[in-house]
Design a protein around this ligand. Sequence first.
Ligand SMILES: N[C@@H](CCC(=O)N[C@@H](CS)C(=O)NCC(=O)O)C(=O)O
Length: 232
Amino acid sequence: MSGKPVLHHFNGRGRVECIRWLLAAAGVEFEEKFIECPEDLEKLRKDGKLMFEQVPMVEIDGMTLVQTRAILNYIATKYDLDGKDVKERALIDMYAEGIADLSEMMGQLVVTPPDQKEAKIALIKDRTKNRYLPAFEKWVHGHSQNLICGNRHARIDVARMQVVVFWEGFRFFWSVHMSSSESQVLFSGLQALKSRLSNLPNVKKFLQPGSQRKPPIDEKVLEKAKKIFKLS
Ligand SMILES: N[C@@H](CCC(=O)N[C@@H](CS)C(=O)NCC(=O)O)C(=O)O
């Protein structure tokens, strides 16, 4: 055992991607054991490693943690990326739940029947552009540091940056009609946050090609995930 956290999930973004981001931002090296087929998932279940028979699962500090938000909370607390008091933590939780709602909506695209896909994409575009990004952006006005917890980086800043990066990929992938310059104007605070965090050595390293960051899901990965998790 290397002592590094071990992430169990399939070899794609999915729910585990935010855990990869947070560990990377904390400068924690981690290993991954990819679930390649339904039998791999079944084995973890049979071994009693999955409390709710689901992944992601992370082996860390002698524990097997499941439930994405619980895992993120543990990592944030351990590596001092959470709020400094109960009020900051409540603020972080509110933003984090918004991000989780948005991610859930995007994740559902995978199982959306082809005839409903266009409507779903339109909804995601609308909610991202008009509901979630503005809420994340709003915070930065009047807060000189554009960080949620004063002058220290917290897990939520990493998550907000992840949404911006994801949105940029999504915009490209789904041809969302908002140009970079429009995005710069509308979300200048988030863009500033992104440049600021991108320059932190750990984050910079994670953004380089060849890191453990995963590319957007493609048809091949999608088909594999559908088989493993029996998604119809
Ligand atoms: N609330 C859980 C949901 C986990 C979840 O739905 N995982 C999927 C893979 S991304 C899974 O294991 N599905 C198999 C199943 O539910 O049987 C979390 O946030 O971690």
